[in-house]
Design a protein around this ligand. Structure first.
Ligand SMILES: *Cc1c(COP(=O)(O)O)cnc(C)c1O
Length: 406
C-alpha cells in the first residue's frame, strides 16, 4: 500500500489530524485482491470467506462484505463483529478448536453456513445444542492431513503435532457418526494447514488430502457439498517468493478434478489484508549504547506484535527521508521488554524527534493482535476508500483502560 504524497490522505496529514501511532488501511486494495483471488478460481466460482482475525476493523471488513466476501470466524466475538460488519450469516463459517456451547448456540441462532468441527467432543456438543434449538447444524470436519506447511512453527497448523483439526481416520469415523445423527447436516470437508505459506507443494498435499477425504466420505454414501481449502496464502514482507493465486488455483483444481460440482470455499486473511495496511509512528528519541543505536518510536509491540512474537520483518521507512549518512539502527517501542522492537539492524537515514516512519504490511495480524500491555491505549484506525478518509476506530483513552474495572 502506498500513501499519497500530498493532500488529506497523505501520511503526514493523517498523522497530524489523528495522531500516532496510527493504522491506515486501504479498502480498495483489499477489494482488488479479493477480486484477483476470485478470478484465479473463476471456473469454480469460490466463496471467499475472509478470515476476520487478520483484521476485524468494521469499516475495512464491511468493504469486503459489500464486495461479496463471506467470513471465517474463530470466536463468538468474531461472529458478532462479522454480523455487525454486514457479512450474511449464510456466508459465514465458524472455525476453532475451542468453540464453547454458548458460541455454538450463537452460531446456530444466526444460521451460519457451516461449523468447522475440530474434535469428536465438539461435534457432540454441536449436535446437543442443535437438538435443543430444534435445528440441524451444518458441519464440516476440519481435517489434520499431517502436512508440513513449511512456515514458522507458531503458525503451522496442519501437522499431527498441532492441536488443530482431526486426523483422517478419526475424521472418517466422525462423518460416519454425523451422517446418522438427525441433528447434524454433513456439508463439507475443510483443512487449514498454516499461515504465511510460500511453498506450493504444501497446498498440493493439503488439496490432495482434502480430495481423498471427499472420495472416502462419498464411498460411505455421503455426498459432500463443499471443500474448504482454508487460508494461509503467504505475502511478501521482505524477500519471500509468494505463490501466485493462479498456481494455487491450479493445484486445487488438479486435486478436485473428479468433483466438478463441489463448491469451493477459501479462507484467506493475511493475503487480503497485510498489504492493505500501514502503521504510522513518530520518532521520540535517538539513543545509543556502546554496541547499538536505537530509534525509540511511539508505536510498540503492543501495536504490532509480530516482530516480538515471530521475529517477523516489516518494512520501515521515513515518510520524508532526510539527507545524510545511513546508519544501522534498531527501531524500538516504549514498552518495558527487550523484545519490544519493530525492526532490527536497519540502515536508515538520519532521524530526528518528531519524524514520521511508515511501517509497511501492517494490515493483517497487527492491530488485531494489539494489547494494552504497559497500560497503553490502543491506536486509532483509519480506512481510506477512493478519496474518502474515515476514522474507523478512535484512539483509546485513559478512561478506556479502566472502563471494565470496578
Ligand atoms: C487464521 C485462519 C485463516 C486465515 O489464515 P491466513 O494465513 O491469514 O490466510 C483461515 N482459516 C482458519 C481456520 C484460520 O484459523
Amino acid at each position: 500500500m502506498i500513501l499519497a504524497r500530498r493532500g488529506p490522505a497523505s501520511a503526514s496529514a493523517l498523522a497530524r489530524r489523528f495522531g500516532t501511532p496510527l493504522f491506515v488501511y486501504d479498502a480498495r486494495e483489499a477489494r482488488l485482491r479479493l477480486r484477483a483471488l476470485d478470478a484465479a478460481f473463476r471456473a469454480r466460482r469460490p466463496l471467499i470467506c475472509y478470515a476476520l482475525k487478520a483484521n476485524p476493523c468494521r469499516a475495512f471488513a464491511a468493504s469486503l462484505a459489500r464486495a461479496g466476501a463471506g467470513a471465517d470466524v474463530v470466536s463468538g466475538g468474531e461472529l458478532a463483529r462479522a454480523l455487525r460488519a454486514g457479512f450474511p450469516p449464510a456466508k459465514i463459517v465458524f472455525s476453532g478448536v475451542g468453540k464453547t456451547a454458548e458460541e455454538l448456540r450463537a452460531g446456530l441462532r444466526a444460521g451460519l453456513l457451516c461449523f468447522n468441527v475440530e474434535s469428536g467432543e465438539e461435534m457432540a456438543t454441536l449436535a446437543r445444542e442443535a437438538g435443543r434449538l430444534r435445528r440441524r447444524a451444518p458441519m464440516a470436519v476440519r481435517l489434520n492431513p499431517d502436512v508440513d506447511a513449511r512456515t514458522h512453527p507458531h503458525i503451522s497448523t496442519g501437522r499431527a503435532d498441532n492441536k488443530f483439526g482431526v486426523e483422517i481416520p478419526e475424521a472418517l469415523a466422525l462423518y460416519r457418526r454425523a451422517a446418522k445423527d438427525g441433528r447434524l447436516r454433513v456439508l463439507g470437508a475443510q483443512c487449514h494447514i498454516g499461515s504465511q505459506i510460500t511453498e506450493l507443494a504444501a497446498f498440493r498435499e493439503a488439496a490432495r488430502a482434502l480430495a481423498r477425504a471427499v472420495a472416502e466420505v462419498a464411498a460411505m454414501g455421503v455426498r459432500l457439498e463443499h471443500a474448504d481449502m482454508g487460508g494461509g496464502l503467504g505475502v511478501v514482507y521482505k524477500d519471500e517468493t509468494p505463490i501466485e493465486p493462479e498456481k494455487f488455483a491450479r493445484v486445487v483444481e488438479d486435486a478436485l478434478r473428479a468433483w466438478p460440482g463441489l463448491r469451493l470455499l477459501l479462507e484467506p486473511g493475511r493475503w487480503l489484508a497485510a498489504d492493505a495496511g500501514v502503521l504510522l509512528t513518530r520518532v521520540l528519541y535517538n539513543k545509543a549504547t556502546s554496541r547499538r543505536r536505537f530509534v525509540v518510536v511511539d508505536a510498540a509491540m503492543t501495536d504490532l506484535p509480530r516482530p516480538a512474537l515471530y521475529g517477523a520483518w516489516h518494512p520501515v521507512a521515513p515518510v520524508a527521508p532526510r539527507r545524510g549518512p545511513r546508519r544501522r539502527v534498531d527501531v524500538v517501542g516504549p514498552v518495558c521488554e527487550s523484545g519490544d522492537f519493530l525492526a532490527r539492524d536497519r540502515l536508515l537515514p538520519p532521524l530526528k524527534s518528531g519524524d514520521l516512519l511508515a511501517v509497511g504490511k501492517a494490515g493483517a495480524y497487527a492491530f488485531s493482535m494489539s494489547s494494552q500491555y504497559n497500560s497503553r491505549p490502543r491506536a486509532a484506525e483509519i480506512v481510506l476508500d477512493g478519496g474518502k478518509v474515515m476514522l474507523a476506530r478512535r484512539r483509546e483513552t485513559l478512561a478506556d483502560l479502566v472502563r471494565a474495572e470496578r
